[in-house]
Design a protein around this ligand. Structure first.
Ligand code: AMP
Length: 285
């Protein structure tokens, strides 16, 4: 496994791989690697010959400086994990390498969907996400990039950017990896204290209840949202940020989940030590 910082070196390595007919897979991360990231890396390894994992905590996508400084990082542990998973290249640029002062950067616009849900709670978040993802794609060159459904709104916006700009990148989606109680694995889970951790399953419980209602024939999206809000609301340490049902094809809120739509319920909740998000496809009845 090679550890690279400079974008020029990374590009030279991926170009050499492509010249030798190897297909490149990119797994963008912010580090603090866990089983969710592992699943993305394994998917990339299964589908591509040369796997690059990028580790970069992107300051542009944090609206809250505290959230950025508290972000859990352990470089040595991340590198050991990548080595164990058979990663070929870890790209860990500094902020100056990622955003060289004076260099023109593309700044793709997230549009109206970028203002909703995560975008409403974290102003500027998706503009920062798309800027870094565009840069990662630009430096890596033609590749397949894996993204987790855990961050479904992010995956939606990245996929749309790739389509609109015709970037030479294939997007691979990976399902959400969960703890035994259903909590979606996340680097931020490490920030929860034991009481918060015990109660953090409420997001998935609420989503599961909504899915059960949908399977039983409930088509009213507001009833599904109410089920999620009830579960989070009954959890002493959790404060609901938002719950909504969207059309997975447009990511716009919907009132009803019938008529062959793929509906996805989204939830975000604040605990004293961390803000958590999750989502689940709502099964048709
Ligand atoms: P992050 O390091 O949090 O920016 O995440 C990097 C990638 O891993 C993103 O595409 C996330 O959606 C994905 N990811 C994070 N947590 C999970 C999870 N529990 N299951 C699947 N993918 C995940």
């Amino acid at each position: 496994m090679e550890l690279i910082g400079s974008p020029t070196d990374l590009r030279a390595r991926t170009d050499a791989q492509r010249a030798a007919d190897a297909r490149v897979g990119l797994v963008p991360t912010m580090g603090g690697l866990h089983e969710g990231h592992d699943s993305l890396i394994e998917r990339a390894r299964a589908e591509r010959d040369h796997v690059v994992v990028s580790i970069f905590v992107n300051p542009l996508q944090f609206d809250d400086p505290d959230d950025l400084t508290r972000y859990p990082l352990d470089r040595e542990r991340d590198l050991a994990r990548c080595r164990q998973l058979g990663v070929d290249t870890v790209w860990m640029p500094s902020a100056e390498q990622m955003y060289p002062p004076g260099e023109h950067l593309a700044s793709p616009q997230p549009g109206p969907v970028g203002e909703l849900f995560e975008g409403a709670s974290r102003p500027g978040h998706f503009a920062g996400v798309l800027t870094v993802v565009h840069r990662l794609f630009d430096v890596t060159g033609p590749c397949a990039a894996t993204f987790g459904q855990k961050d479904a709104q992010q995956a939606f916006l990245v996929r749309r950017m790739v389509a609109e700009e015709r970037l030479p990148v294939e997007i691979l989606d990976c399902p959400t990896v969960r703890e035994p109680d259903g909590l979606a694995r996340s680097s931020r889970n490490a920030l929860l204290n034991s009481d918060e951790r015990e109660q953090a399953g409420c997001l998935f419980l609420g989503l599961s209840e909504a899915a059960t209602l949908a399977r039983a024939g409930e088509a009213d999206a507001h009833a599904l949202v109410a089920a999620i809000a009830r579960e989070v609301g009954a959890t002493p340490l959790a404060r609901l940020d938002y719950a909504v049902v969207v059309d997975d094809a447009t990511f716009m809120p919907i009132d009803s989940i019938d008529q062959g739509l793929r509906a996805r319920a989204l939830v975000a909740a604040r605990f004293p030590s961390a803000r958590l998000i999750d989502n689940l496809l709502m099964p048709p009845s």
